[in-house]
Design a protein. Structure first.
Length: 533
C-alpha cells in the first residue's frame, strides 16, 4: 500500500525540495539541484496554500518534522516525496513526542512517508515506553480545524506508553499505568488526531474540533498504544477544569464536541512484534465516520473500537487474531463501546480473535450488526455486554464456532438491554456450546446448527445442517491484498440448505449481502449470504 516511488503533484503553490545528503540549507530549495538539507530548515518555514514539501526518496532524517502554515480547501499544503526509491523516512528515535507534527493548522496532505519513533530498549521491559506518536495532528486554539489527508504512509515501531482509563493501579508496570482518566490515557501510537487546551485550569469557552480527517492506504505496525487514535479533550486530569467536550452523558449532550467527517479506509494495521500494541483503531469522540476495507491483524484489546461516537459505519474490514495485551481486559475484533449511537457494523470478516463482536454499549447506545461473518473466535463469537439504556439489532450474520463454549454470550447488566437476534446462521461444532438467553434477548428465525440448543423463545427457529460450501481456511489479508473477505465465502450455503428462503423480511436491511448479492429477490435467506444458483 505504501508507494515506493513518490511523484510531486502540480499545485498552484511553490514546491520545496529537501535532500538529507545532498542538500544545503542555504540553497533556495526551489528545485532538486538546490534542495534544502535539514528538518530544521523546513520547520522554520511558514508555508502557503498549495505549497509542496518534497523529501527525496531514500533520504533519512532523525528528529521532528513540523512545518508551519495552513492551506485552504482548494489548495492544501502537501508533504510528499520526489525521486525513485524507498519512501523518505522521519525517525523520531524516541527523542521527540511526535515524529511528524501539525498543531493549530489545517488543510494538509501527508503522503508517502516512512515514520518511526522508537526509544532504545533498556534492560527492563517497558522502561522505554514514553508519550510518543508517529504522526500527530492536534490543536488547542478553540476553533474548527479542517482538511487532513494521510495517504500511503508507513508508520512503525512507535514505543508509546500504555495508559488505561480505569483499572487497578496494582497492575502498574513500567510503561503501563491504570486509573489515568480520559485525557491522560490512550493517546499514543502510530497516527493520532486529538485536541487539547492551552491551560487545563482555565480552558477556553469553545472547543477545538477537527473536521474532515482521512487516513487511507497506509501500513501501521508495532505502534503502542494503538495504530490509529482519534480523540477529543474533556478536562479530567488533576487540576483541570472539566469541559465535557470529550464525554457524552446522553445522546444529545449539548457539551459533547465530536470531531466530524472521519474516513479510515484501506489500511493494514498489525502489532505482531510488540507486547504493548493494543488497539488497532481507537476511534472516539467522532460523528459521521466511515471505517472500511482495512485489515487489522494481531493487535491487542480491540481491533476496531468506537467510544463516545455517533453515526459510524464499520464495513468490509477483516479483523483477526486480537489478543489481550499490556493489562487490557479485552481481545475483541470489533467493539461499539461506551455511549455509541447509530453504529452500523456490516460486511466484516471477524475471525480468530478472543471475542468476535463485542457489544459493550455501557451507559447507552444503539447498534446494528448485520451481514458479518464471525468465525473461530476463542471466547465468544458475539458478546452481549450493555447497560439497560442500550439496544442492538443483530441480523443476517453467519456465526461459525469451532473453539468456544459459547456462540452468543451475555451476562449481568447486558441482559437488561434489548437485543433482537434474527435470521442468523449459528453453527457450532463444540460439544455443549451454549447460547445466552434472557427476557430481554429476543431470538427470532435463526438457523441453529451442530451441537447448539435452540432458545425457547425462538418459536420460528430452523434447525439443521446449513450445508456450507466448504470449511473456511486459515489466512488473513496483507498490505498488498487488502481484506481477504473472499476467505469467508466458504460459508456460503449449497442448494438444499435449510437457510434458503427461510428468513423473515427486515426493514431497510442494507441492500446487499456479504458477497454483494442484492437484497431481496423473493424471500430472504438466513445468514450473511443470499444463495444464488
Amino acid at each position: 500500500m505504501v508507494p515506493q516511488t513518490a511523484h510531486a503533484e502540480p499545485l498552484a503553490g511553490t514546491a520545496y525540495y529537501v535532500d538529507a545528503t545532498g542538500g544545503n540549507d542555504s540553497a533556495s530549495g526551489l528545485d532538486s539541484a538546490h534542495a534544502w538539507r535539514s528538518l530544521a530548515r523546513v520547520n522554520s518555514t511558514t508555508f502557503q496554500p498549495g505549497d509542496q514539501i518534497l523529501l527525496r526518496a531514500g533520504s533519512r532524517w532523525t528528529g521532528q518534522l513540523w512545518p508551519k502554515g495552513s492551506g485552504t480547501a482548494a489548495m492544501p499544503i502537501t508533504i510528499g516525496g520526489y525521486g525513485t526509491g524507498t519512501a523518505p523516512r522521519i525517525d523520531g528515535a524516541g527523542q521527540v513526542a511526535d515524529a511528524v507534527r501539525l498543531s493549530n493548522q489545517q488543510f494538509w496532505t501527508i503522503r508517502g512517508l516512512e515514520v518511526t519513533n522508537a526509544a532504545p530498549a533498556t534492560g527492563t521491559p517497558g522502561q522505554n515506553l514514553k508519550d510518543l506518536r508517529g504522526i500527530h495532528v492536534t490543536g488547542d486554539n478553540g476553533k474548527q480545524l479542517q482538511g487532513f489527508l494521510v495517504d500511503g504512509v508507513h508508520v512503525h515501531d512507535v514505543t508509546g506508553e500504555v495508559n488505561w482509563i480505569g483499572g487497578d493501579t496494582a497492575g502498574d508496570k513500567p510503561g503501563i499505568r491504570f486509573q489515568m482518566g480520559w485525557d491522560r490515557s490512550k493517546r499514543t501510537g502510530g497516527i493520532v488526531f486529538d485536541t487539547g487546551v492551552p491551560n487545563p485550569s482555565a480552558p477556553p469557552a469553545t472547543p477545538t474540533a477537527l473536521n474532515g480527517i482521512t487516513i487511507q492506504n497506509s501500513v501501521i505496525a508495532n505502534t503502542s498504544f494503538a495504530g490509529i487514535v482519534v480523540k477529543q479533550y474533556s478536562g479530567d486530569a488533576p487540576g483541570a477544569v472539566a469541559t465535557g467536550w470529550g464525554n457524552r452523558a446522553k445522546a444529545d449532550d449539548p457539551k459533547f464536541a465530536p470531531h466530524t467527517n472521519v474516513v479510515i479506509r484501506g489500511n493494514h494495521i498489525s502489532h505482531p512484534n510488540t507486547e504493548y500494541g493494543c488497539n488497532g483503531m481507537y476511534i472516539t469522540n467522532v460523528r459521521h465516520a466511515l471505517i472500511e476495507r482495512n485489515v487489522v491483524n494481531r493487535t491487542g484489546t480491540s481491533g476496531i473500537e468506537t467510544y463516545f461516537a455517533d453515526d459510524v459505519t464499520i464495513q468490509f474490514n477483516e479483523v483477526s487474531e486480537t489478543k489481550q495485551r499490556a493489562g487490557g481486559a479485552d481481545s475483541n475484533g470489533i467493539d461499539p463501546d461506551k455511549a455509541t449511537t447509530r453504529q452500523v457494523v456490516q460486511y466484516n470478516y471477524v475471525h480468530d480473535n478472543g471475542d468476535g463482536i463485542l457489544l459493550c454499549q455501557f451507559v447507552f447506545g444503539d447498534v446494528v450488526a448485520r451481514y458479518n461473518v464471525i468465525a473461530r473466535n476463542t471466547r465468544y463469537q458475539i458478546y452481549l455486554h450493555s447497560d439497560p439504556a442500550s439496544r442492538a439489532s443483530v441480523y443476517h450474520n453467519t456465526i461459525y464456532n469451532t473453539r468456544s463454549n459459547y456462540a452468543i454470550y451475555g451476562y449481568g447488566k447486558s441482559l437488561q438491554s434489548t437485543y433482537t437476534i434474527t435470521n442468523n446462521v449459528i453453527h457450532s461444532t463444540v460439544a455443549n456450546a451454549a447460547i445466552s438467553t434472557s427476557s430481554t434477548v429476543h431470538y427470532r428465525n435463526n438457523l441453529y446448527s451442530g451441537t447448539l440448543p435452540v432458545p425457547a423463545d425462538d418459536t420460528s427457529a430452523v434447525k439443521g445442517d446449513p450445508k456450507f460450501v466448504a470449511t473456511p481456511g486459515q489466512g488473513t489479508g496483507t498490505p498488498q491484498s487488502g481484506p481477504r473477505l473472499d476467505l469467508a465465502f466458504a460459508l456460503k450455503v449449497r442448494a438444499g440448505s435449510p437457510a434458503i428462503d427461510r428468513g423473515v423480511r427486515i426493514d431497510n436491511p442494507g441492500g446487499r449481502d456479504f458477497a454483494g448479492t442484492p437484497l431481496y429477490n423473493g424471500k430472504p435467506d438466513i445468514g450473511a449470504f443470499e444463495h444464488t444458483a
